[in-house]
Design a protein around this ligand. Structure first.
Ligand code: ATP
Ligand code: SF4
Ligand code: MG
Length: 363
């Protein structure tokens, strides 16, 4: 960006390492005990609540300024709901979300609108998230206008051209429509649209899962470049561990609405402690044949339970090869720090790590 008028307030600090166990850490986003429960309605006019889907059920996490936090987990574990709750596209049932030190609960009207500008979402499905009837110019200007950032005339034109150049698209794209682009190019437009309002935080929900593998790396590299250029903080959501490994410094693993493990990316891949994370990683083939031969393979029994009737105790106990009688199915494990900001929600994390408890020993 060469336009000096394009300042991005509050986000120009260089990336900092943030230890979530350190209360003094410079967090941009602080989520505490977040819950999003959807009522299940029955009756002719859907007037009876017969239960709830516990989509997000007690998640706490911190995202440091300038950091990339990767959130992974199987389909339906609550990743998108969490992302939407951060942007207040879903209303939390409980818990708190603090953005840049301000509690967003109870915020409405103008203050909420101003806060929302600072957080933007990039979606997986660009075909449905970009209105096909709008030109790229109109898509980009829409958000700017809503937040009073559209100065009009040559100034806006120049800003849009610079924005497109930042995401690797020519100025000629401005007059075109979403269907005239490839999937990768459309995602670049989606990213440009998010950046047009100069956010501090970008929630990228499965930003590359709809793209060809060859294009995925290009878009991930672009996100990394833009982070530096615009001083962005990212919450990147993916079901594919390889995607977040590529970009995230910290990773949180979700299972059935809860966070089961969280640590720095390298630690998570080299020494996963939660049985679910171990199972997820054991399903990822390794390119080196020698390592591949030694790869631990953990097969999970049973199906993923419904978030409308989650298991008691540890939510993973119905599928965990290490489960132990009584405690695992009666007491929900807290996410606790086992050292250096590595947090695990398993009663027996250390015993499993040290081989004191072995798979199926609790049968
Ligand atoms: N508006 C809603 N009303 C009722 N249930 C919902 C709603 N949105 C999501 N859910 C349910 O909440 C649970 C979590 O959904 P969510 O979309 O957050 O999962 P996800 O981890 O993003 O999955 P995926 O990887 O498939 O995108 C699912 O069981 C889903 O069906
Ligand atoms: S608490 Fe028990 S069931 Fe849950 S992951 Fe740990 S060993 Fe498995
Ligand atoms: Mg999702």
């Amino acid at each position: 960006m060469t336009d000096s008028s394009r300042t991005i307030t509050g986000s120009e600090t260089s990336p900092v390492g943030t230890d979530p166990s350190d209360p003094a850490a410079d967090s941009l986003l602080e989520i505490d005990d977040l819950r999003v429960h959807f009522p299940i309605k029955r009756g002719i006019v859907l007037d009876r609540t017969v239960g709830h889907v516990y989509a997000v059920d007690g998640v706490s996490l911190r995202v440091g300024r300038g950091e990339t936090y990767g959130l992974v987990g199987e389909s339906g574990c609550g990743k998108s709901t969490l992302g939407k709750a951060v942007l207040r596209l879903e209303r939390p049932t409980g818990g708190s979300i603090r953005f840049d030190g301000t509690d967003m609960a109870g915020m409405s009207g103008e203050p909420l609108r101003r806060m929302r500008r600072r957080m933007q979402m990039v979606f997986q499905d660009t075909l449905s998230s970009l209105d096909p009837r709008q030109s790229v110019e109109s898509l980009l200007v829409e958000g700017m206008r809503a937040h009073g950032l559209d100065k009009g005339g040559e100034s806006t034109e120049r800003e849009l051209r610079e924005l497109l150049s930042s995401v690797g698209l020519p100025s000629s794209a401005l007059r075109k429509y979403p269907h005239e682009f490839s999937g990768g190019q459309r995602q670049r437009i989606g990213i440009a649209r998010a950046l047009a309002v100069r956010p501090d935080l970008v929630v990228a929900d499965e930003p590359v899962s709809a793209l060809d593998v060859s294009v995925q790396a290009q878009v991930l590299n672009l996100l990394e470049d833009l982070q530096e250029e615009f001083g962005l903080t990212y919450l990147v959501i993916a079901h594919d561990l390889a995607v977040v490994r590529h970009v995230a410094r910290r990773i949180g693993v979700m299972y059935l609405g809860g966070l089961v493990e969280e640590s720095d990316s390298d630690v998570l891949y080299e020494q996963p402690l939660h049985p679910y994370t171990r199972a997820l990683l054991s399903a990822v083939p390794v390119p080196e044949p020698e390592v591949e031969d030694r790869r631990e393979r953990i097969l999970l029994s049973g199906d993923l339970p419904s978030p409308a009737s989650p298991p008691t105790g540890c939510r993973f106990h119905t599928r965990c090869p290490w489960r132990q009688p009584t405690r695992c199915d009666s007491e929900r494990p807290e996410l606790r720090d086992v050292g250096g900001g590595h947090r695990v929600a398993c009663h027996y994390a250390e015993e499993i790590r040290d081989g004191i408890i072995t798979p199926n020993s609790g049968e």
